[in-house]
Design a binder for this molecule. Sequence first.
Ligand code: FCB
Length: 471
Amino acid sequence: MANDASAVFDTLSPAVSKGSLADPFTPPADSALWRKNFLLGAATASYQIEGAVDEDGRLPSIWDTFSAKPGKVLAGDTGAVACDHYHRWEADIEMLASLGLEGYRLSIAWPRVMDAAGVPNRKGLDFYKRLLNRLKEKGITTFVTLYHWDLPQHLEDRGGWLNRDTAYRFADYADLMSRELAGTVDAWATLNEPWCSAYLGYGNGHHAPGLANDRFATQAMHHLLLAHGLAVPVLRVNDPASQKGIVANIGRGTPNSDSAADQRAAHLFEVQHNAWILDPLLKGAYPQDLFELWPGTEPLVLDGDMETISAPLDFLGINYYFRTNVASDGAHGFRDVPLEGVERTQMGWEVYPDGLRDLLTGFKKTYHNLPPIYITENGMASDDQVTDGHVDDTQRISFLKRHLAAVDQAIKAGVDIRGYFLWSLMDNFEWAFGYERRFGVVHVDYSTQKRTVKRSAELVAKFLKERKARA
Ligand code: FCB
């Protein structure tokens, strides 16, 4: 294996490892990234990498059901095998550790660890115990997401996130996991990107379970946030030493013109993408402008819910990918107006690092109680090919460098940002886009499951090694 991860330092392009080429990744000397307590890691999610969907008592999730339906996922791909991480986890952790990555953000598959009656599934639990114990042995900081979209299908059959009861079932699940895994988790995130679960899952139907109704989206969001709020105190009791938080994706919307209507459209875009989640969490109320965008969609909120949802957090996870240029749709809302001549990724997403900086500094002004932040996902997809055992992912290297510079600028502007996780450790099942879109810093050949470290990962490893040597 010429380019396997354990040999990463030997396989650096000679010019780069000798430092004779301008390093396209290493941050400038004054960057906050050099601080050794700035955590640099990588992220994955259960359904995207594990495979083994019907092994050891795992029950079906909404993504098994959804991806099996024709036309829902590009090329008919499913997560049935994915990166086969359920069987290859030991080698994958070796790879993570050999790259010098200091943090690993993973998620637990709820349908793997408990059945419909709430009875724990020992085999599923043992998988995560082994994994987390090994990560701790390696000295890797562990961020565990409880819900990265793979809802047990039996709960969806009873209404999923439209049913308030799902929030209470989630608290039971959080209780089990934090009792079982306490001591191996440094930080718990309740949910990954409730915007995607609520809006893509129940609002436009692009994701599982595939329903499309704005009123459903706002109600699903309320129950997701309630689930978060119910789980946090449970996690605090069972695992007091760990940090508790939630992960939100954020979107930058910029106006297509100076007109008041377009400015308003950009504002509404950010309300829909950001304030819809952050206001209830940090201000205890939904933004009223959301219901200007979607009239008549106010969710049913019971007494005490907003207090439950807005209990203090130890950290806020932020996922950022791109910006959207918008104009007024002539009625209540906005429409996308894609800019021409801008740099885009394999997803068609615009590369726009300033959006990350501007959103973070904006949040600091808007939310006086903004918790410490971890960038829990940032990265890009490219059509990476292995040539002579190497993957030269030039665009990703530049993307990462520029986004880390944006993070540094936000830190210098006073935002408390404590770490950054690359999305993703390895190529994986990219939801509705299947395996075609490659987000990894490690390439996966799905026909052989061979992992090949991409040049971006080599350069991150080189930086981390240098940073460690200086400490
Ligand atoms: C985020 C998801 C993550 C991955 C990236 C590209 O929305 O949290 O699982 O698919 O996008």
